[in-house]
Design a protein around this ligand. Structure first.
Ligand code: PMP
Length: 444
């Protein structure tokens, strides 16, 4: 077996890796990454939805180095703390005030941020004397992470089924998926039946058994599923009506991706809990965070007055180096107004993608973007390519053309660094169109 197989790659077909060899990335700068032969690529997927400020930022690198020298590590269990993690909590609470978040607990990644949120939601209702409220409602195609709790609320069936049985009491409802509406597949008119499906699920389960609804403002890893504008507001309102907590999973949509600081704000809602990771450090160091409203925190505070603490915490919660990286990252997002830049670039990405659709109406099922999160959904009009093959082929051709994107089935997804400029967006989408031409030529 080849040496490359010693490392078991994440979400990686090891047979294909053994055959093709790994694509080695050696360095990165701005929106570009370079392979070990020095070849340049636009990072059109932002290093898995997250390189928001771009690569090689000197002030983040310096902040990491300085913090490593001063205090690389000390735990925060049981009353200890370090300055950068307290400053980061202050900063996040300031940023999240419009979203109704007032307290934050740190972890290491998106899955842990989601685990934390699920456990807070469960115990919150126990503290309130309503222990039967333990179920979670989630959507088809949802991606919330890989640990057993976060996996349980995933709606990507293929990711879940080999690991069943998972957490009991998880109910899946339809995704708000334009062009794939499972509620009214034959009607062009959206009635937001998918939002009412959440209410239906609460009523069917009994509101007294439901702890929370968890939702990504845009379902990213499910295929950049951009909901109808009023969907989240309606779901949020339904949660309020039935005393069900609303968890916004902002692991991808946080920190400017959609052209607002957070997806909840983008869609005009205030959640009860919010999960973050990825763009919180733009990937310089792993970090996750779970924010909660005052009302949720106070329940736990009151419990602690007379009894135990929240018995949960990752060893590296509040890691000083990660906190220092996040503070420097957020300073750049603020100073360069990158959420505003993403908002300004959103229509550029959207119209570039829609132009591809106009020129290839037979092949492009849907083209859309919200901020700097975009999708190009394809199908082979002649039915020669099986489902999933076009996306993989386009991504490979684009890679050959010097642009890295992430295919999800036959959806080519775009999530570049928020620093990307208009000509680079045009270049990235032109590569997608050229790749599509190559696929068309191939099947003819
Ligand atoms: N939530 C969402 C919305 C995600 O997209 C992801 C990862 N793509 C996660 C949670 C899990 O994050 P991680 O891979 O950092 O555990």
């Amino acid at each position: 077996m080849s040496d490359t197989l010693k490392r078991w790659g994440p979400y990686t077909n090891m047979k294909q890796l053994a055959d093709a060899g790994p694509k080695m990335i050696a360095r990165a700068d701005g929106i570009y990454v370079y392979d070990n032969r020095g070849r340049q690529y636009i990072d059109g997927h932002g290093g898995l939805w997250l390189a928001n400020v771009g690569y090689g930022r000197r002030e983040i690198i310096d902040a990491i180095a300085q913090q490593a020298e001063a205090l690389a590590w000390f735990p925060s269990f049981g009353g200890f703390a370090n300055e950068p993690s307290l400053r980061l909590a202050d900063k996040l609470v300031e940023l999240l005030a419009p979203d109704g978040m007032a307290h934050v607990m740190f972890s290491n990644d998106g899955s842990e941020a989601v685990e934390t949120a699920l456990k807070i939601a469960r115990q919150y209702w126990k503290i309130k004397g309503r222990a039967n409220k333990h179920k979670f409602i989630t959507r088809r195609f949802a991606y919330h992470g890989v640990t057993m709790g976060a996996l349980s609320v995933q709606g990507v069936t293929e990711n879940r089924m080999e690991f069943e049985p998972l957490l009991p009491g998880v109910v899946h409802v339809s995704a708000p998926y334009p062009h794939h509406c499972s509620m009214h597949p034959d009607s062009p008119i959206c009635t937001l039946a998918c939002a009412r499906a959440v209410e239906e699920a609460i009523l069917t389960q009994g509101a007294e058994t439901v702890a929370a609804v968890i939702a990504e403002p845009i379902q990213a890893a499910g295929g950049v599923i951009i909901p109808p504008p009023d969907y989240l507001r309606q779901v949020r309102e339904i949660c309020r009506r039935y005393d069900v907590l609303f968890i916004a999973d902002e692991v991808v949509t946080g920190f400017g991706r959609l052209g607002s600081w957070f997806g909840a704000r983008h869609y005009g809602i205030q959640p009860d809990l919010m999960t973050m990771a990825k763009g919180i450090t733009s990937g310089y160091v792993p970090l996750g965070a779970t924010a909660v409203s005052d009302a949720v925190f106070e329940a736990f505070y009151d419990m602690a007055v007379s009894g135990p603490e929240f018995r949960h915490g990752n060893t590296y919660s509040g890691h000083p180096i990660a906190a220092a990286a996040a503070l420097a990252n957020i300073a750049i997002l603020e100073r360069e107004a990158l959420p505003d830049h993403a908002r300004a670039m959103g229509p550029v990405l959207q119209s570039a993608l829609k132009n591809v659709q106009t020129r290839h109406p037979q092949w492009v099922v849907d083209a859309n973007a919200e901020g700097l999160l975009g999708r190009l959904e394809l199908r082979d009009p002649g039915g020669r390519l099986a489902s999933g093959q076009i996306g993989a082929k386009i991504a490979q051709y684009m890679y050959d053309l010097g642009v890295i994107v992430r295919p999800i089935g036959d959806v080519v997804t775009f999530s570049p660094p928020l620093t990307i400029a208009e000509p680079e967006i045009q270049h990235m989408v032109a590569a997608a169109e050229e790749a599509l031409g190559m696929v068309e030529a191939e099947v003819h």
